[in-house]
Design a protein around this ligand. Structure first.
Ligand SMILES: Nc1nc2c(ncn2[C@@H]2O[C@H](COP(=O)(O)OP(=O)(O)OP(=O)(O)O)[C@@H](O)[C@H]2O)c(=O)[nH]1
Ligand SMILES: [Mg+2]
Length: 222
């Protein structure tokens, strides 16, 4: 029994970096993965990276997908595969913030999950003099989006870069542990039912507990 309840989380996590063109997705990713700063702007088609990190003593391999700012056909596929999403805008561009709403809706629809791990990232914080999005505006959005954490980063100065990836990774790990606990519990219950069946002693209460509600017309009988 205890062995079936032991947690065996997967250690490889898929992260997708999304946001409008030019907000700094590739620069953030390059700083995180390779510790380099890229001054030039070379629009991305699609790049992926792998990085091993330690999160609270747990070794995680991150598979990071750096996406194109412009809409791509592959979007749906990588949203399906992604377990956590960095939604990046530039603090110097209100329209880049506004573009995130649609991306978030798309993620939730495709994953069919309101609680997908997400971190909202306001990049280019070194350009304070060009700020077009106030902190309070971004915080309001983060609250509206179920308290998804909000960070301001500077890929140029390497500020808060590790933090956003680690926060996302922690959210994914939490979710991973939760779902493996649920799976194990389900297996334990099924195993118990199987054992009861094998002994020919059906326990009516347990069985009823797992019955789906009967639907008759508009009326649901629980
Ligand atoms: N000042 C400043 N400039 C930045 C920062 N991050 C990125 N940039 C600059 O912004 C431009 C675009 O950065 P990218 O990382 O290529 O942007 P992207 O989001 O990957 O763009 P697409 O691949 O087209 O979607 C580059 O010229 C970067 O040097 C930052 O934190 N501060
Ligand atoms: Mg890019």
């Amino acid at each position: 029994m205890t062995s079936t309840l032991r947690l065996q989380p997967r250690r490889e996590y898929h992260i997708v970096v999304l946001g409008a063109g030019g907000v700094g997705k590739s620069c953030l990713t390059a700083q995180f993965v390779q510790n380099v700063w890229i001054e030039s702007y070379d629009p991305t088609i699609e790049d992926s990276y792998r990085k091993l990190i330690d999160v609270d003593g747990r070794q995680c391999v991150l598979e990071i997908l750096d996406t194109a700012g412009t809409e791509q056909f592959s979007e749906e596929l990588y949203m399906k595969q992604g377990q956590g999403f960095l939604l990046v805008f530039s603090i110097t561009s209100m329209s880049s913030l506004n573009e995130l709403a649609e991306l978030r809706e798309q993620i939730i629809r495709i994953k069919d999950d309101e609680n997908v791990p997400i971190v909202i990232v306001g990049n280019k914080s070194d350009l304070e003099e060009d700020r077009a999005v106030s902190r309070s505006r971004a915080f309001a959005l983060s609250q509206q989006w179920g308290n998804s954490p909000y960070y301001e980063t500077s890929a140029r100065r390497r500020a808060n870069v590790n933090e956003v990836f680690v926060d996302l990774c922690r959210q994914i790990i939490r979710k991973d542990i939760q779902s493996s606990q649920e799976r194990n519990l389900d297996q334990a219950i099924n195993g118990r039912l199987g054992a009861i069946d094998a002994q020919g002693r059906h326990n009516g209460r347990l069985r009823n507990h797992r019955k789906r509600p009967k639907v008759k017309g508009d009326c649901v009988i629980l």
